[in-house]
Design a binder for this molecule. Structure first.
Ligand SMILES: *Cc1c(COP(=O)(O)O)cnc(C)c1O
Length: 391
């Protein structure tokens, strides 16, 4: 099974069929499982076998199919699914950290990730050093012998900084630190994070894995030892487990993810090229453009630049005008969806950040994040052109 292409794995890996031989994965909407005898219950609590489940917070056959399929896709030994991407990020960090530990993290993070690293961990005596994730010298300086973990988004939200997984992993491993990568923007389609050195990979399944704006979900991937001995005990007792119904939706999402993500990435590249140098835009940020500072790294690391780009209209007023004039692009804050979505990070997803911090991250008043969907790219471009013409 390991030499199947990702496209094949995304359709078939992890499938468990019941005695009925159903084609489409069954939804086991059950919270619990029945034991044949008191002795069987005792034995299962002592050690559950391959097809044995205890309680849906610990695991469920539909959820396990999703976990096994994700592990196969990512090239990880094992996986644990969570109720949201943030449950995955939180559990990946808090399951391994204890008071007195040191963490190094890139500064350019999704707002909720920043909240965990900045506000939550410090309350439990974990020291966090923030670095510019694109600057390897800063990582080298910040990682110390007592650093327990490093954390970063391999492609940052929303300014699309790309971080060198291999180089940061080498620096971290030299000091014995665990590498945790939030890999949402890279997507499981293009990710090679584990072979590049990541110990733990986290996805919000809400994004490209569902890809159709229906559900929240997440997953943590890593070695069997880490997933079963460290993460699972933490998650199964703290309650962040994924619902079987959502797992089923995500399994359906995985079947089409490769096609969707490749089409959306191709459209994103077309739009970035067309918008680059546009008279109404001061910046077009997309790692697929040769002028992006990490263009070569992006091509080496993922082979392509993904489904999201960002443009700068100069002022908040101009950005709002563009957003309000768009007819196909919807104003929302998800990404990776079949529907193209525009977001104004400074006033929504990154509103919580102080102005100086936003400025340091390049989240300017005129910045718009564009998540490219599955509509005809010509229509998307025409819509952007007419909206840009209003400023
Ligand atoms: C969306 C997102 C998350 C959080 O995922 P949810 O499913 O919304 O909880 C975490 N990290 C990144 C980079 C994201 O884009």
């Amino acid at each position: 099974m390991t030499d199947w292409d990702k496209k094949t794995k995304a359709v078939h890996s992890g499938t468990r069929r019941s005695q009925y031989g159903e084609v489409s994965e069954a939804i086991f909407l059950t919270q619990g499982f029945v034991y044949d005898s008191a002795e069987a219950a005792e034995a299962r609590f002592l050690k559950a076998g391959e097809d044995e489940f205890i309680y849906a917070r610990y695991g469920n056959p539909t959820v396990r199919m999703f976990e096994d399929r994700m592990a196969a896709l990512e090239g990880a030994e094992d996986a644990f699914a969570t109720a949201s991407g943030m449950a995955a990020v939180n559990a990946a960090l808090t399951s391994i950290l204890r008071s007195g530990d040191h963490v190094v993290s890139s500064r350019a993070l999704f707002g909720s990730c920043l909240y965990i690293l900045e506000d939550v961990l410090s309350r439990y005596g974990v020291e966090v050093t923030f670095v510019d994730g694109t600057d390897l010298d800063q990582w080298a300086e910040a990682i110390r012998p007592d650093t327990r973990a490093v954390f970063f988004e391999s492609v940052s939200n929303p300014t699309l900084d790309v971080i060198d997984i291999e180089a940061v992993s080498q620096l971290a491993h030299a000091q014995g630190a665990i590498v945790i990568v939030d890999n949402v923007f890279a997507t499981p389609v293009f990710s090679r994070a584990i072979e590049q050195g990541a110990d733990v990979v986290v996805y919000s399944a809400t994004k490209h894995i569902d890809g159709q704006g229906r559900a929240l979900g997440g997953v943590v991937l890593g070695s069997r030892e880490y997933i079963r001995k460290t993460l699972e005990p933490y998650l199964k007792h703290t309650g962040g487990s994924l619902s079987p119904f959502t797992a089923w939706m995500l399994l359906k999402g995985l079947e089409t993810m490769d096609l969707r993500v490749r089409a959306q990435s191709a459209s994103a590249l077309t739009l970035a090229r067309q918008l680059s140098g546009h008279e109404k835009l001061s910046r077009v940020l997309y790692p697929g453009l040769p002028d992006h500072p990490q263009h070569a790294l992006t091509m080496r690391q993922n082979g392509t630049a993904g489904t999201v780009l960002a443009v700068d209209c100069g002022t908040k007023d101009a950005a709002f005008k563009v957003l309000n004039a768009l007819q196909i692009w919807t104003i929302s804050n998800n990404l990776g969806d079949a529907k193209s979505i525009v977001t104004h990070p400074a006033t929504t997803t990154h509103q919580r950040l102080p102005e100086v911090q936003r400025a340091a991250l390049g989240i300017t008043a005129g910045l718009i994040r564009l998540s490219v969907g599955l509509e005809a790219v010509g229509d998307l471009l025409e819509d952007l052109e007419q909206a840009l013409a209003t400023i």
